[in-house]
Design a protein around this ligand. Structure first.
Ligand code: FES
Length: 354
């Protein structure tokens, strides 16, 4: 993958969702509408210059399929550079840069489907799931959707009004179960976190796993891993379980290290140009060195989750700290996440142009 393509777009609306979350929608020019047509569950990367720094974040699209002005939900995070900028500085009418939608955590609606879907989401993990729910209810008239949605308390539930409106519009096809960790409920099952034990109790009482054709898990690692384990133990095929990790905290900016004088030689090709960096085996990841030389290098989350920084190793060997976004087949074919990779061999050659 060559570097991601950013397009300048106007901010069409900024609307409050909770005390600390807003939705931001973008005015996509007509000539880019095909490029920005998204499959429910995909995300886009938003870029702005904040205090002189190029800051990028990946946000899932929460609008239904076909929306002409896609929107994303952005929660204010303590010390979060980008979310603070969005909440305090960004205004309607401003121009901001975004990439076309990308991502494999998707649900493609089909008018003829008669499916039952279940999504398990926590906190901001609702955003890609909301797009799926809206799209299934609108485009699959014979399908049903159940959402298990975990939050701290009623005030922190993002998109509460939208979810209530969908429930009102599709009372027979949409079921929502709120699970709140810091609020008591007359039914204890709906209190606490959505962990493996709680899900185990829900299966067979409010959800019959055998009747479900697709599971969509979106939240922190503990919730996703726990749900995966429970579902697999109930015989749910891996192919029916789709997941995406979502973070409670904004990702820290890595330091761009240019002063590693000892280390491996890393030769990288980006958009046809090859450059060389010296990278310590236990220092900053390869991406940081790439950005020090080529600030146009591709990245977004810097945590192994989005695959924006994907490249292919052609010579040598690297190790990855984390990989939450490449499949085993992709890894086997030599692909790496440069934000997580460190050289193992003395010489590494890689290319972003794959
Ligand atoms: Fe997101 Fe590397 S920047 S996986």
């Amino acid at each position: 993958m060559a570097g991601v393509e950013f397009h300048p777009v106007r901010v069409l609306a900024i609307e409050p969702l909770t005390d600390d979350a807003v939705s931001v929608s973008f005015d996509i020019p007509t000539d880019l509408s095909t490029l920005f047509d998204h499959t429910p569950g995909q995300h886009l990367i938003v870029r702005a210059t904040v205090d002189g720094q190029d800051v990028r974040r990946s946000y899932s699209i929460c609008s239904a399929k076909g929306a002409t002005s896609p929107s994303v939900g952005i929660k204010r995070l303590p010390g979060g550079v980008f979310s603070t900028f969005v909440h305090d500085t960004l205004k309607i009418g401003d121009t901001i840069e975004v990439t076309p939608p990308t991502g494999d955590f998707t649900l493609t609606p089909d008018h003829d489907n008669k499916n039952r879907y279940v999504a398990i989401a926590a906190g901001s993990g609702i955003t890609p799931v909301l797009s799926m729910i809206r799209s299934v209810l609108e485009f699959e008239p014979q399908s049903m959707f159940t959402l298990l949605y975990g939050n701290k308390d009623g005030r922190s539930v993002m998109f509460l009004d939208e979810l209530d409106a969908l429930k009102g519009a599709y009372p027979d096809r949409f079921v929502i179960v709120h699970v709140l960790s810091r609020e008591s409920h007359e039914i204890p099952l709906f209190e606490g976190r959505i962990d493996a034990e709680k899900l185990e109790r829900m299966l067979g009482t409010i959800i019959e796993p055998a009747a479900v054709s697709g599971w969509y898990l979106c939240g922190p690692r503990g919730m996703v891993d726990g749900a995966q384990g429970v579902l697999r133990s109930h015989g749910v095929p891996a192919a029916d379980i789709h997941d995406e990790l979502f973070y409670a905290g904004e990702l820290t900016e890595s330091t761009v290290a240019v002063d590693d004088v000892e280390g491996a030689t890393v030769r990288f090709t980006l958009r046809g140009r090859t450059s060389t960096a010296t990278v310590a085996t236990d220092g900053a990841p390869i991406l940081d060195h790439v950005l020090a030389i080529r600030p146009d290098g591709p990245f977004s989350c810097r945590s192994g989750a989005c695959a924006s920084c994907r490249a292919k190793v052609t010579v040598g060997e690297v190790r990855m700290d984390k990989n939450w976004s490449l499949s085993q087949a992709e890894v086997d074919s030599g692909q790496i996440l440069t934000c997580q990779s460190h050289p193992v061999s003395d010489l590494v050659e890689l290319t972003y142009d794959v």
